[in-house]
Design a protein around this ligand. Sequence first.
Ligand code: SF4
Ligand code: SF4
Length: 317
Amino acid sequence: MKMQQLGKTGIEVSLMGIGTLTMSPMQRGLSVNEGAEVILYALEQGITFIDTAQMYGSYPQVAAALKQWKGPAPVVASKSAAHSRDAMQAAVEECLQQTGLPCIDVFMLHAVRDASDIEARREALQYLREARENGLIKAVGASSHSAQTIEMLANTEGIEVLHPMYNRDGIGILDATLPEMTEILKRARAGGIGIYAMKPLGGGHLRNDAAAALNWLFASQVVDSAVIGMTSNEEVDMNVRIAGGEPVDAEFARKVAGRERRLFINKGICQNCNACVKTCQQNALCPGEKAPVIDYELCILCGYCAPVCPKFAIRIV
Ligand code: SF4
Ligand code: SF4
């Protein structure tokens, strides 16, 4: 597995990282042991980069894997949607406590929407800078679906790592074309920002063309790494082969791609409050008569809508 410098952070990551959203309780709900086994298998195959988040609920899976892993320490990145200083401090402490790590490699503002959202999170960002000074984290970053927001974040003092929506077909990239996003990322990378791609398979939309989509991403050299959600050893095998430039058997790729997964709203318990509609940045939900209507073409399974539902009516099935 090729190793890459994550911008100027001094942190080295594998070209491909393992994302833990898909194995988390928000999506496939692997048990702690099942999730840990997949992470451990990925580490054994040369992946050295683990992406998690406060929202995913995957810290126990990460912690169980780290506890059993005997090799060199992998890089762990996490993120929180906290806006206030106190909430971000609690988020960092929660991550340290639940993963058992003495220091988190990268901690980020999660899913920043726009300029006003950057402003609203000033206190949280300031806390992350102080946590870096105090040795609780090594690098500060931010994730976003929006190209314009990514550009603003790249020019925000203290941001060293960016986690943008980026994939071959531009799926999920807000307010810019794929070429425009590419130029923004190239400028940020030239300025020394570490960049790792989110949703390189477009939240499942590119799963039947995974090899071509990932080969495009790695050949583009626009990002230092890309994290992909993996829930089985077969998925790890296939992705590691692709990252290593090896061919993938079409039948094996079809088996790994599996069936399509979709957002589901339980209309029996939905109270039609539209909190999920307001949260979705992809405009994949619109108000409906009894419950929001889902546009499956626009939904990228980011899962941001599920935690805001007061009735726990949203699942990915
Ligand atoms: S509907 Fe939910 S999972 Fe789908 S894109 Fe919107 S917020 Fe993400
Ligand atoms: S947030 Fe939950 S209860 Fe409210 S509209 Fe969405 S699915 Fe229904």
